[in-house]
Design a protein around this ligand. Structure first.
Ligand code: G6P
Length: 609
């Protein structure tokens, strides 16, 4: 996601800010920018692309400044280009700010400010904050103007703000988007991520949600949004650079697995309309009427994104009543698909660059189908080439094995099922039920993540086996595929995902005491059928690890080990059942001594056939 750096002190700010941005590069981004107050003037430079482009633009200009803010942007609102890059300013040019997060009510605020005569120069949600501060500055000092503005903002933010009229002050604020103050001798470095701070100081103050810091060269003061002072503890960082980028986790994959409560919230943010039981998908607005008329959907994707598509098929068919086919993009592109204008072809892709998925979308477009994308990387090729789409907002995924992108894809598919369903005959009550169950998912995932130690122990127990059969039915059949794929990818253990009902048509021949099975068996409409499958395995001395619903007291009679997940709607169980499987694959990989972030022979984004 976006990265923030700020500096205030006695040193030259520009090199420190550029260095900080480079240290945030691992997060991935599409543009960068910097603002400093030099000789009483606000000097802003922005560049699309890498930090080096920004550095080249600044070139040999010696900008003498001891205060500044900088940003790397991962586009959410508005395409990546210089004008949408941060820092953003107000009309007068006094204010400059950088922002991480999403201002949900920015359109409403923008309209009000435009009516008061404010002129906007970008398409971003962030710029609205600069104009709000300008508006409140008419009657207030800098601090008051910021506090008043924050009261009106709905959404999330990590903000660092400069005001030319206050050339030795920086104000930062946090709500739902991390900010850390690095406290050095006569200087403070602000960053969204410790990796931009570790090389300067190990003394840090972590801002909490709702806190604001007023920083100047003498020090800093932390206050609440109601202007009440807070005593903050100064902590000592004992991370090196790489550990800081992983936020203290041993691997990116583990960090990304633990980010899922947050990334699922990001996928839902601003998209739930509880009152009318509807999903608000802004990226589909232009094709809403076409979507009312479609009578068939084909989902094309690869790898983990393909497994998400399979769950989407169940969701959309059950709740929107539209026939769905899911196809490997690599197959679709070379056969003769029968498509017409009433078919929507949906590409699911984390990177938005997978060569086969892109080719499939181009083929679908040529044949006159409506093309849509469920994509994580804003402005990636597939995002640009599809007619419309929904972004995941999961932030960059660095671990090669996909985790948080998968669950955010499932979240969006659930929203899409509600959207398409409500366009057709889904009742208000059903729409509302799905939305309220979806809202609970992030907390329920937290509960599963809290059990990581228990899952680690189970992984240790199973680490010696070289084959696995993963099984599930209905919504959890694709989770059997995904669980098996995860353990294959990072632990190099042979695993097959199967629909429980198919087991007796082949795989059962493999079962003996040395070939364990993993059953995903939540209390759902196919529970009894799954349990029968477990009994068949037990009868052949097969070891069983089960993923079951909390409160299911029967299941332990049929399984050697059980990991419990909370109860949710049947269509949403995959969002929960996949979490223990990600952790299991991770720990087995770690126990086997492999580099789980970079599994052999695999690439994060496959841009060749
Ligand atoms: C590669 C990655 C997988 C990913 C697949 C599809 O194989 O290793 O994690 O699921 O590509 O990638 P996409 O970016 O299109 O989702």
């Amino acid at each position: 996601m976006c990265g923030i750096v700020g500096y205030i002190g006695k040193k030259q700010a520009v090199p420190i800010l550029l260095d900080g941005l480079k240290r945030l590069e691992y997060r991935g981004y599409d543009s960068a920018g910097i603002s400093v107050i030099a000789n009483g003037k606000m000097v802003t430079t922005k560049a699309t692309g890498k930090v080096v482009e920004l550095e080249n633009k600044i070139g040999s200009k010696r900008i003498e400044a001891n205060i500044g803010i900088a940003h790397t942007r991962w586009a959410t609102h508005g395409k990546p280009c210089d004008k949408n890059s941060h820092p953003h300013g107000d009309c007068s040019g006094d204010i400059a700010l950088v922002h991480n997060g999403i201002i949900e009510n920015y359109l409403e605020l923008k309209n009000q400010l435009q009516q008061k005569g404010h002129k906007f120069s970008s398409e971003t949600d962030s710029e609205v904050v600069a104009h709000l501060i300008e508006e409140f500055s008419k009657k207030n000092d800098f601090r008051e103007a910021v506090l008043e503005s924050l009261k009106l903002i709905k959404g999330t933010y990590g903000l660092a703000i400069l005001n030319k009229k206050y050339p030795s002050q920086m104000i930062v604020a946090r709500l739902g988007s991390p900010l850390i103050l690095g406290v050095g001798k006569d200087e403070v470095i602000v960053a969204s991520d410790a990796s931009a701070i570790v090389q300067y100081t190990d003394k840090v103050v972590y801002l909490e949600d709702g806190e604001v810091a007023i920083i100047n060269t003498e020090g800093y003061e932390v206050i609440t949004s109601k202007n009440k002072q807070i005593e903050k503890k100064v902590s000592t960082l004992d991370w090196n650079m790489e550990q800081a980028q992983k936020n203290g986790f041993a691997h990116f994959m583990l960090k990304e697995t633990f980010e899922q409560p947050e990334t699922i919230k990001n996928a839902m943010r601003g998209r739930l309309s509880k009152e009318d039981g509807m999903a608000k998908l802004g990226g589909l607005r232009d094709v809403e009427d076409k979507l009312k008329k479609i009578n068939r959907i084909i989902i094309v994707s690869c790898g983990t994104s393909y497994n998400a598509g399979l769950i989407g098929e169940y969701m959309i068919e059950e709740y929107a009543g539209i026939p769905v086919e899911v196809e490997y993009a690599s197959e679709f592109r070379y056969r003769k698909p029968l498509l017409d204008s009433k078919t929507a072809v949906i590409a699911i892709s984390q990177s938005g660059e997978t060569a086969d998925t892109l080719a499939a979308i181009r083929e679908a477009k040529n044949k006159g189908a409506l093309t849509l994308g469920i994509i994580n990387t804003v402005s990636s090729t597939i995002a640009r080439e599809t007619d419309a789409g929904v972004y995941n907002h999961a932030g960059p995924e660095i671990g090669v094995a996909s985790t948080k992108a998968f669950t955010s894809q499932l979240t969006i598919l659930a929203l899409l099922a509600v959207f398409l369903g409500r366009q057709r005959d889904m009742s208000l009550v059903t729409g509302q039920r799905i939305i309220s169950e979806l809202e609970k998912i992030p907390n329920q995932i937290e509960k599963i993540l809290e059990k990581h130690k228990e899952i680690k122990k189970i992984a240790k127990k199973y680490v010696g086996f070289s084959d696995f059969l993963y099984m599930g039915r209905k919504y959890n059949f694709p989770i059997a595929l995904e669980g098996a794929l995860k353990i294959k990818e990072i632990s190099y253990v042979h695993a097959e995902g199967y629909a429980t009902g198919e087991m007796k048509h082949g795989p059962i021949a493999l079962i003996d005491a040395s070939f364990p099975s993993l059953f995903i068996v939540p209390k759902d409409s196919v529970y009894d059928k799954n349990v029968s499958g477990m009994q068949e395995i037990k009868a052949r001395s097969g070891k069983i690890l089960a993923i079951a619903t909390k409160g299911d007291t029967e299941i332990s009679k049929h399984a050697d080990d059980v990991i419990y997940i909370p109860k949710t709607l049947e269509m949403l169980t995959p969002l929960l059942s996949v979490i223990p499987l990600q952790l299991l694959a991770y720990y087995v990989g770690v126990y086997r001594g492999f580099d789980v972030d970079k599994p052999r022979n695999l690439a994060k984004s496959v841009t060749v056939e």
